[in-house]
Design a protein around this ligand. Structure first.
Ligand SMILES: Cc1ncc(COP(=O)(O)O)c(C=O)c1O
Length: 413
């Protein structure tokens, strides 16, 4: 047995099953509701288990499921079916957008502009393009994570080939002034390709690609209570984009390889449920979010909300830094109490680096390290929030008693 496997087995054995469990780590991934699972199950072994590009019955059933999902997802964002490309993850969709569009348009210029708080699946492919002579410039953000539109405007010129600005930030929930940003970009260079990573916006706020006028937009199934293994990139008709993965059989010209039909079916079902109930679900989730934020800030000293309040914050996001506490230690302490959350930059939380998003909004290193992220869903209840409000102050207090950071604070005083 490898050391890693042995370690994780020991961790799980020591952890046991807490009497109550509440999962809030939906930034990283999550469970699949029963109705979504039910829609997927037949596609494993009853129907549609063939290859959607092949002319036989199980292949046609797979193709039917794929086209239905494509049609629904397209209509949910105001696009045409032919403008939806399925990939297997949001990371792949973002890589395709950034690398594919930059390379396809490189004769127009070699400057890429991204916000300083993009997800790494946008940042890293953009940086990687340096090998092809591109340079990437970041747009700074204010203390709430909003991009500086004056700087954006100054960065757009005839060399700017691609701009990527998230619709909603994955860590601090900021809803960006995307429409305003797009107007600035179109005004200064109508040829610039505009991408938005809408992975944390989809099903939380309405999206219409015509209204926001972007060329490329990414969404991902497991971020909307769908299964892992499916995501999509909207590619506006006429946008020049180059393949970045090569292979044989596929219905998707831009992303070859067999499609994950059960996951695509789950993605479709998860999107349908969430979009049909969006107003109702999001007003409930907003109430839970605000009770959690107010409850934590009101009961724990040295707790700082990261990101904006109110309408500029996406309904499901709560991100709070706890001074004199190590975020990783707090996730473990909470896990033992059955509260599952993540710390710092969620997608990089196995690496003990402070989140680039929190540093970009001006948090100090220690504040960025002590942050905890909750993502709330329609499946959470007020009792779940109360449970967190009961356990969290005790957990924070316990860690602060043990913390060298707090001894330092006392000495400094
Ligand atoms: C904003 C954002 N972009 C991209 C991704 C990557 O998506 P995936 O996990 O589907 O690869 C995530 C994942 O958490 C995200 O939050």
């Amino acid at each position: 047995m490898s050391r890693d496997l042995e370690r994780v087995k020991n961790l799980l054995k020591a952890h046991g099953k807490p009497p109550r469990e509440v999962y809030f780590d939906l930034e990283n991934s999550g469970w699949v509701p029963d109705e979504v699972l039910k829609a997927m199950l037949p596609y494993f072994n009853v129907k549609g288990y063939g290859h959607p590009s092949i002319t036989n019955k199980p292949g046609w059933e797979a193709l039917e499921a794929l086209l239905e999902a494509q049609e629904y997802i397209a209509s949910s964002i105001g696009a045409n079916s032919s403008e939806i490309v399925f990939t297997h993850s949001g990371t792949e969709a973002n890589n395709l957008a950034i690398i594919g569009a930059s390379l396809a348009n490189k004769t127009r210029g070699r400057k890429i502009v991204v916000s300083s708080i993009e997800h790494y699946s946008v940042m890293l492919p953009a940086n990687e393009l340096a090998e092809h002579g591109f340079r990437t410039i970041q747009i700074p953000v204010d203390k709430d994570g909003r991009i500086d539109t004056d700087v954006l405007s100054s960065l757009i010129d005839k060399e700017t080939v691609l701009v990527s600005i998230q619709m909603v930030n994955h860590e601090i929930g900021t809803i960006q002034p995307l429409r305003e940003a797009v107007e600035i970009i179109r005004d200064k260079n109508p040829n610039t390709v505009i991408h938005t990573d809408a992975i944390d916006a989809y099903t939380r706020i309405p999206i219409n690609v015509e209204k926001i006028d972007v060329d490329l937009l990414s969404i991902s199934s497991h971020k909307i209570l769908g299964p892992k293994g499916a995501a999509a990139l909207f590619v506006r008709e006429g946008t020049k984009i180059k393949k970045i993965v090569y292979g044989a059989l596929s219905t998707q010209k831009l992303w070859p390889g067999v499609e994950n039909i059960p996951a695509i079916v789950g993605f479709h079902e998860a999107a349908r449920i969430a979009i049909e109930g969006m107003n109702k679900y999001m007003s409930y989730v907003t109430t839970l979010r605000d009770s959690l934020i107010n409850g934590i800030l009101g009961s724990i000293d040295g707790a700082i909300l990261n990101g904006p309040r109110g309408r500029d914050r996406v309904p499901d996001n709560v991100n709070i830094s706890f001074l004199y506490v190590e975020g990783e230690a707090l996730t473990v302490e909470l896990s033992l109490r059955g509260i599952y959350v993540s710390s710092g930059s969620a997608c990089t939380s196995r690496v003990l680096e402070p989140s680039h998003v929190l540093l970009a909004i001006g948090r100090k290193y220690e504040e960025a390290h002590g942050s905890i992220l909750f993502k709330i869903t329609r499946y959470h209840s007020f009792a779940d929030i109360d449970y967190v409000l009961q356990q969290l102050p005790v957990a924070v207090e316990r860690l602060r008693r043990l913390s060298p950071l707090i001894s330092k604070k006392n000495t400094d005083n």
